[in-house]
Design a protein. Sequence first.
Length: 404
Amino acid sequence: MCDDSLRDLQSFRRKAHHRAGRGGHGEGALRHGADGETLVVRVPPGTQVEGVEGDVQGRRWDLLAAGQRAVVVKGGSGGRGNKRFATPTRQAPRFAERGLAGEEGWLQLQLKLLADVGLVGLPNAGKSSLLARLTRATPKVASYPFTTLSPVLGVLEGEERQLVIADIPGLIEGASDGAGLGHDFLAHVERTRLLVHVLDLAPELSADEQADAVANHATIEHELAAHDTRLASLPRVLVLSKADLLPPERTSEEISRWSERLGPDVPVLATSSATGAGVQELAAELLRSVPALTGAGLEPGVSDAGHAPEGEPELAEHMVFRPAASSGFSVERVAAGSFAVSGRGVERLVARYDVNNEDAMAYLEGRLLKIGVLRALEAEGFEAGDDLEIAGVAFELDPDHPAE
């Protein structure tokens, strides 16, 4: 099930095997056993599930929307009690039918991350250092421009949810026109749901430098709006970085000044990646400000047009179909006077009955004759007294005296 509170697949490194609860046994008074408990495995949005081995091989599911579900393996069918095999001539059957095991197999999970939060700002504003403090990401950090040449993703861990944060490489004036790989950098923030504008607080030591900081802030905001008008309407958080380079009272003054300039809708926080000051407050603000995706909102910022209506989201399921055999089983002569029958259907039929119960084996032999196993064996030269094996079980079929 797609769970919007998750953002990575780390939990599957710790636990690779998942098994649903088994069903209950039948009881007296013709009561059937309880159904097995359904196992729900939660994955983050953007997870692609592909069956690579076993019963699920060749299937693929794309889980995009919060609440979206896919049944990747099904539980086995239950058996039937001896009452179901009663006939006018066999009024008290001394055998019953076993239940079958459920499907199983190996799944490969791949996650195509969409960032919830984008860190934007001029080169060397402190975005990479801030990402390293907020998450366990390890971006390259240095004191020269354009240290980050491609976006770096990190996962912010909250108590009840996760957020993906992207460190967008530094933008410069003219980025919306392609300057400094601006189109490539700006494309990475198109689907974020909140932008954190990181502004270097350290240069604000004089009136002229303060004016430069205002101009720097305006430059980034202009480039974002010029690239995509939606970016101009995204929620913002302004982070004044490198606060450890200023006295605390000066930092408080700058927070008040920027809060007054931007208004009450834009939270302003001061942080220091060197000391960790303000980082926890920023993390709490991000977890509070980024809304959870619900319903059919398949991607952040994308309208519902063309997607499933309200209610259960449409599930994209892809299956690969391969040519099957012409019949449900195949007959093979393994040696002189020895034959083997194979096939999923006939093997599941044999698995339903106790091979040590004579009544059950007599009933099973009758079923095998009815579905054409004897005719197929005779076509291959089977005679009375020849050895026969199905799913590891030896049978004695007599063409001249078939079972009832």
